[in-house]
Design a protein around this ligand. Structure first.
Ligand code: ZN
Length: 551
């Protein structure tokens, strides 16, 4: 039988919280009698996902990320919606023997018995975050009762017959469809003969719908109205925002319009507000890299940069690491664009260029606030770069992001921003270059073989392969759990440049990027591509994915 440790103790052993955080939570509990787990969560010391993970470990059950799995229709249909909602369970899959159900209440024997009778199968509980279960139970049962895609197709059909359609409702349906499929962006793109709707999911654009072109301007007008943009202005790009409610949950969207030769192109970005994303252990870094990153963020001063193109998950890594910094003992200030999630005990501020509150202005203000740690959303100009580096050499830990492709490339980039080499050398603690690769869907991936030539072509040596004696490659297939893409969710791959004495000396004497790269490799830096290859050999992703994100 599973040992039933108090949740606080367990979370501490797993390294999710500190003793001091437990003490603070216990004090809060005196004033506000609630479960300790709940208080820890309200104080942002843990996320609900971490609690679920702890429960899974405690009971020796599988933990699943609800956001990364699509349940099968057959499984959903077994359990009535009301029961699923009241018990907060999400049916995942069913076969001849086993009915897999996600829950956080793993000791709920009554529900297990009930499900056993209902399904006439062995019921297997897997542990999921109760908040995520609550959200997706609503979404998937809604979808079961009102298939969103079907309704959209019917509306498109009516439009093709030149019949009137309810445009605001159609726009709502696009938003519902995007939320259900966990899209991060919606693109509405006019072409010569039709307008197209694409969703970006796990970093890749997917074509979803084609509509008669005559609807395009009506859809654009509708989106402009809700995001308070100028409807009559069609020749200049515009930016706006709005909030949208779906199944009692608020979603924030940012809107951007761009005039193109076929009409205005619209991109809607769905801002994530899911704090459970911010967890270092969920980024998928290997153990060595996780330890390195944790170590960097415990440093008392210096600058740590996370680099990569837009959409490479820099912010997620930054926040995951930020959560590891003890904000009870350190004064943490942030300047963000925008603030996507609020943390307790961290002083967060939002960029407001119009009001003169820029990244550099923020750093100047922070310096008068007795700071320990400063998070600067992005370094994109000389003034910000200089202030950030100066702050880092005067006893503060500065965390930021920068647009460069690889770790070593950050040094010439900072030099371009007029930072003297000796300052870079003394301020920089580490650079983490990052990309996101899609993970193969565990429910449908199939083993595959590859010849040695392919390995050689990629520079994968026998020596590298020897580190993974049981390696097995897989290929994507596609099933109903992964929207037939063969992939589900994403992992970060990284390249970590640690600035030790030898690297510091090379930066100071303005050595070439090649020299720094070679020295970093000698010090143990694994190039981005090879961190990806490790994930291919471990069967997590594919060579195609690595090729897609690393040049
Ligand atoms: Zn699949």
């Amino acid at each position: 039988m599973a040992q039933n440790k108090p949740i606080g103790q367990l979370l501490k052993e797993l390294g999710f919280i500190t003793e001091e955080q437990i003490q603070v939570a216990l004090q809060v509990q005196k004033a506000n009698p609630k479960f300790l787990g709940e208080i820890l969560e309200e104080l942002d010391f843990v996320t609900s996902a971490e609690i679920a993970e702890a429960i899974a470990i405690q009971h020796g059950l599988e933990y699943i990320e609800i956001e990364q799995i699509v349940p099968s229709e057959e499984a959903l249909k077994i359990v009535p919606k009301e029961i699923a909602i009241s018990k907060n369970i999400l049916p995942i899959s069913i076969d001849n023997e086993t009915f897999v159900v996600a829950t956080q209440e793993v000791n709920d024997i009554m529900t297990m018995d009930y499900l056993q009778k209902l399904s006439k199968r062995n019921v297997k509980f897997v542990v999921g975050d109760k908040k995520a279960i609550a959200r997706y139970v609503e979404i998937y049962y809604y979808q079961l009762e009102n298939p969103i895609e079907k309704e959209i197709d019917e509306m498109i059909e009516r439009a093709l017959q030149n019949r009137e359609i309810d445009i605001p409702h159609l726009v709502d349906l696009f938003l519902n469809s995007a939320i259900k499929d966990k899209a991060t962006d919606i693109h509405i793109t006019p072409e010569k003969s039709a307008t197209h709707v694409f969703f970006r999911i796990d970093g890749v654009l997917n074509h979803y719908y084609s509509l008669p072109l005559r609807l395009h301007n009506q859809i654009v007008a509708r989106i402009k109205i809700i995001s308070e943009l100028d409807i009559s202005e069609q020749r200049k790009p515009q930016d706006g925002a709005f909030s949208y409610n779906f199944l009692n949950e608020e979603f924030d969207l940012r809107v951007s319009t761009l005039p193109t030769n076929h009409g205005e192109n619209i991109v809607l970005r769905l801002l994530g507000k899911n704090a459970s994303l911010f967890n270092l252990s969920h980024l998928g870094l290997n153990e060595t890299n996780t330890k390195k990153v944790e170590h960097f963020f415990q440093k008392p001063y210096g600058i740590i940069l996370i680099v990569g193109p837009t959409g490479s998950g820099k912010t997620t890594t930054l926040y995951s690491a930020l959560r590891k910094i003890d904000s009870l003992k350190k004064n943490v200030l942030t300047i963000e664009d925008p603030i996507e999630y609020r943390f307790s005990f961290i002083k967060q501020t939002q960029l407001n260029t119009k009001a003169g509150y820029t990244f550099d202005a923020a750093i100047r203000s922070f310096m008068r606030q007795d700071p320990d740690v400063m998070l600067v959303g992005e370094i994109r100009d000389e003034a910000t770069a200089e202030l950030a580096v100066r702050a880092s050499i005067t006893g503060h830990l500065v965390l930021s992001t920068l647009h460069t492709n690889n770790a070593v490339g950050t040094i010439p980039r900072l030099e371009d921003l007029k930072i003297p080499s000796y300052l870079i050398a003394s301020g920089l603690v580490a650079v983490i270059a990052q990309r996101l690769v899609r993970k193969l869907c565990n429910r449908c991936k199939q083993t595959t073989q590859i010849d040695m030539q392919e390995f050689q072509k990629r520079g994968i040596t026998e020596e590298f392969l020897a580190k993974y004696p049981n390696y097995q490659l897989y290929k994507p297939v596609g099933c109903e759990h992964c929207r037939n893409t063969g992939y589900n969710g994403r992992n970060a791959i990284v390249e970590i440049l640690e600035v030790n004495d030898s690297i510091e000396a090379l930066i100071t004497k303005q050595a070439s990027s090649q020299e720094i790269f070679e020295e970093a490799k000698r010090n143990g830096m694994v190039p981005l591509k090879f961190d990806g290859y490790e994930k291919v050999l471990l069967g997590i992703t594919t060579f195609e994915e690595i090729d897609r994100v690393v040049d």
